[in-house]
Design a protein around this ligand. Structure first.
Ligand code: OSB
Ligand code: MG
Length: 374
């Protein structure tokens, strides 16, 4: 294939409710969708879509929306336009000189994957080797102002039938909220917490109090760079340790597993440089007997569809943050957004990621368009 052109559709979409983590409150989703135009070996022109998951501020990882967009325009696009015989599988190789910027790279690889699979008439799930037609749907619940509000919001999701609840925590909004959730919804509710790096090892004694509540796991309590410290904390707690921010590659995943810093890994394709690296992490984690689950970045219908296919691989044994699109959005940019029913979301079966862009809605949400061509 040859990459002929890239368009970055910058969008801003309102969230149905503010989403608060230990690092920020989001009321809108700002991101860009990547439209790739490719020419296949037989001369057909095919379009593929990807989604960039960088947040609008560099508070979760070093990347941010405008930076990722600039890196694609200045560095990624020129490198890929120069390749005669480009495939989705060789994108990362051609970008190897660019240090970091995994989310920027991932979004372009993603659009190439969609185009390539559409040209072949093959679904992403089939390409990956998915073994399930639907996957359990978990929901990530933001930090609320009070314990009562936490119980109210979680009660709503439990009633809808979500298969697992993840509660965001931070110092000052942790043990008390977790204890109340267990009291209200019982010990059988599949329940876990995510601190987004809000604690330090000095908080170990405090975090140990969470061990009393039978959590599935605690996600990223310590800093991004603190793999060794997570290993130490893991030895002090019985709650399984799960890493998110710290795992930016398959190599980091192996380090964390071997050091005892991760009993579980949150796999986010954007964070690790793409769906192909995400599959490698699934493979090596499975080889080590380590469970993985698919994380989320408030994706639109494009990323949500791709995540559902990834989560259908056999090693994804815990429910992912793959909620129905309506958990965040009243309207999505695809014609048929992912829906949660009976605690699951169905894995799309159409060519590529199996979703179609709703041009009218994309027009309404678009704030700017960047166009590049070979
Ligand atoms: O830590 O998993 C996280 C959203 C943005 C940045 C980081 C995280 C999250 C979520 C939301 O938890 C998951 C979702 O998309 O449902
Ligand atoms: Mg997380």
């Amino acid at each position: 294939m040859r990459l002929l052109g890239l368009r970055l559709h910058h969008v801003e979409m309102p969230l149905v409710a503010p989403f608060t983590t230990s690092f920020m409150t989001q009321t809108h989703k700002r991101c860009f969708l990547v439209e790739a135009r490719v020419e296949t070996a037989s001369g057909a022109i095919v379009t593929g879509w990807g989604e960039n998951v960088a947040l609008d501020r560099p508070f979760y990882s070093p990347e941010h929306v405008d930076g990722a967009s600039e890196v694609i325009e200045r560095w990624i696009a020129p490198l890929l336009f120069a390749v005669e015989d480009l495939t989705a599988e060789t994108v990362a190789h051609h970008l190897r000189r660019i240090v970091g910027h995994p989310m920027a790279k991932a979004s372009v690889e993603m659009a190439m994957l969609d185009a390539q699979l559409r040209a072949e008439g093959r679904s992403f799930a089939s390409y990956l080797g998915a073994v399930r037609t639907s996957v359990p749907s978990g929901v990530s619940v933001g930090i609320q102002d009070s314990v009562a509000a936490t119980l109210g919001v979680i009660g709503g999701y439990v009633e809808q039938g979500y298969a697992r609840i993840k509660l965001k925590i931070r110092p000052g909004a942790d043990v008390e909220h977790v204890a109340a959730v267990r009291r209200e919804f019982g010990d059988d509710l599949p329940f876990q917490v995510d601190a987004n790096a809000a604690y330090t090892l000095v908080d170990a004694a405090h975090l140990r109090r969470l061990d009393a509540y039978g959590l599935l796991l605690i996600e990223q309590p310590l800093g991004e760079a603190d793999i060794r410290q997570h290993a130490e904390l893991a030895r002090l707690m019985t709650t399984p340790m799960c890493l998110d921010e710290s795992i930016d590659s398959a190599e980091a995943a192996v380090d964390a597993i071997v050091l005892g810093a991760a009993a579980v890994v949150n796999v986010k394709p954007g964070r690790v440089g793409g769906y192909l690296e995400a599959r490698r992490i699934h493979d090596i984690a499975s080889a080590h007997g380590i469970a993985v689950w698919c994380g989320g970045m408030l994706e639109t219908g494009i990323g949500r569809a791709a995540n559902a296919a990834l989560a259908a691989l056999p090693g994804f044994t815990l429910p992912g943050d793959i909620s129905g699109s309506d958990r965040f959005y009243a309207e999505d940019v695809v014609t048929e957004p992912l829906r949660m029913h009976d605690g699951v979301v169905d894995v799309p079966t159409g060519p590529g990621f199996g979703v179609e862009i709703d041009e009218g809605r994309l027009d309404r949400f678009r704030t700017s368009l960047k166009e590049m061509s070979a």
